[in-house]
Every structure is written in structure tokens, then in C-alpha cells.
Design a protein around this ligand. Structure first.
Ligand code: C5P
Length: 245
């Protein structure tokens, strides 16, 4: 039976909506349009550098969903601890740090924010194997990501960001208690893959063991057709994730 898309959804989907816009009113409208569908809102560097803590608070005032502060911190441990303290009043459920910043840095962030899931970013999904080699990693992207995930979780990270292609290997290495979050997904019915080179559907990523999928443009691009269109797009993707095989 088709669901009534005007009624509030009773269960939220494991979707992290990437709120990638430099307009605060638009960001708030996106949150309002999807509040009963999306589990987590991801606010990135552009958002945070433009609107700061006030911007984050403006978002949290409009939703009870979790906040994913995607700042990808990478600095000496002391500085990262200071940065983590600086955002503690915002109570982000997730805060990203680059796993390649090392154990002491990750531990410093985790100690500074005991209620937050410090989230280790492994290898950026935008990097090719050639890029990974050029940077100087001794292993390929997959093996490097698995090693970084192990390092991060041993140092106190409670969540990992990785490519969908790395979910299975990382899950095997870090166990079931760690939250795996993956961008680089595209719904089955999306023609444009934007800059996502190697993609998987959200459903495939969840089936492989991801706990949350990060989705931006496949949902937010429907905003130009209005709030209801965006909401319906989010519901469509939620249904694709939840549908029975
Ligand atoms: O491509 P989309 O708009 O769905 O991207 C959502 C989020 O996924 C972005 O905010 C970005 O952080 C992340 N992303 C990524 N790798 C890419 C493209 C986007 O990790 N190649």
C-alpha cells in the first residue's frame, strides 16, 4: 500500500543529510522539510566557518535530530583538545577528526568530549589510488583505511567515516560497537553521480554493515521544486533503504 507522504513518518531513516548550503534560511528550511525522516544533520566546514556556533544553534532549535559537526580536525593534540572544548556547548553527537592525525590527537578529542562520538575520517573518498600513493601511504586505499580505522577506534573514536567499498573490511576489524558512516552513496534512480566516482546505493551500504549513510545533493537538489518535493524525495530514499528484498 503506498504511504501517505503528507503524514509524519513514524521511524526515521539512517540518513545523515549533508546540509551543504551557505544560506542559513535555506539550511533551516531543509531541516524543517525533512525533520521526521532524517536521523542526523551534517554541518560542514563551509557552514561552520560562515555561521559559527549561532548557526549550529539555529539548526538545533528546529530539530531534535542529532548533529554531525564535520570539521575534520587535524592538528597537534593540544590544539584539537582546545577546538573540541570550543564546540562542546553545541553538544554534537558526532565530531570528525582525521584519523591520520594519530592516536594522541584522537584521544585528546575523545577525552575533551566524552558525550560525543569522536568520528575518525579514514581516507577521503575523493582520493584515487594514485593520490593515496602520492601522499605516501604505504598501502592501498582499502588497507590504509582499515589501518586508520583500527588506530582511531583504539584511541577512543566511536565512529568511522569510510567509503562504502571499505565497510566490510572495516566492520571486520573494528567490531559491531563502532558506528560506520559512509558518504559516496547514490540512490539507484539517480542519473547524476556528481563528483562521486565509485558509488553504491544507500541500501547496499547499509546491507554491507554501515549504520548511517551521508546523502546530500540527491535530496537537497529537489529543494528547487519546494519543501514538499524535497520531503518526498527523502521519503523515497528512506523507503529504498527500508524496503524488504
Ligand atoms: O555528494 P553528496 O552531496 O551526497 O555529498 C554529501 C557529503 O558527502 C558531502 O558533504 C561530503 O562531505 C561528502 N562527500 C564525500 N566524498 C565525495 C563527495 C562528497 O565524502 N566524493
Amino acid at each position: 500500500m503506498p504511504i501517505d507522504r503528507r503524514k509524519p513518518m513514524t521511524t526515521k531513516a539512517p540518513i545523515v543529510l549533508a546540509v551543504d548550503t551557505s544560506d542559513l534560511d535555506t539550511a533551516i528550511s531543509w531541516v524543517k522539510a525533512t525533520a521526521d525522516i532524517v536521523s542526523v544533520y551534517k554541518l560542514g566546514l563551509e557552514f561552520f566557518l560562515t555561521f559559527g556556533s549561532d548557526g549550529v544553534n539555529a539548526i538545533t532549535q528546529n530539530t531534535e535530530a542529532d548533529i554531525f559537526l564535520d570539521l575534520k580536525l587535524h592538528d597537534i593534540a593540544h590544539t584539537v583538545a582546545g577546538a573540541a572544548h570550543a564546540v562542546s556547548s553545541l553538544k554534537p553527537k558526532y565530531l570528525t577528526v582525521h584519523a591520520s592525525g594519530g592516536s594522541a590527537m584522537i584521544r585528546a578529542a575523545a577525552d575533551a568530549l566524552p558525550s560525543t562520538f569522536v568520528t575518525g575520517v579514514t581516507i577521503l573518498t575523493s582520493l584515487s589510488e594514485t593520490d593515496v600513493e602520492e601522499i605516501g601511504f604505504k598501502d592501498n586505499a582499502l588497507d590504509s583505511a582499515v589501518r586508520l580505522a583500527a588506530l582511531a577506534t583504539h584511541a577512543g573514536a566511536r565512529a568511522i567515516v569510510c567509503s562504502p567499498l571499505e565497510i566490510v573490511a572495516i566492520r571486520q576489524s573494528v567490531g559491531s560497537d563502532i558506528t560506520i558512516i559512509t558518504p559516496g552513496v547514490r540512490p539507484a534512480d539517480t542519473a547524476h553521480k556528481d563528483d562521486q566516482a565509485r558509488t553504491m546505493t544507500p541500501r547496499e551500504a547499509i546491507d554491507r554493515g554501515a549504520n548511517l549513510v551521508v546523502i546530500g545533493r540527491p535530496i537537497t537538489m529537489s529543494w528547487e521544486k519546494g519543501a514538499q518535493a524535497m520531503r518526498e524525495r527523502a521519503i523515497e530514499i528512506a523507503q529504498q533503504i527500508n524496503s524488504v528484498h
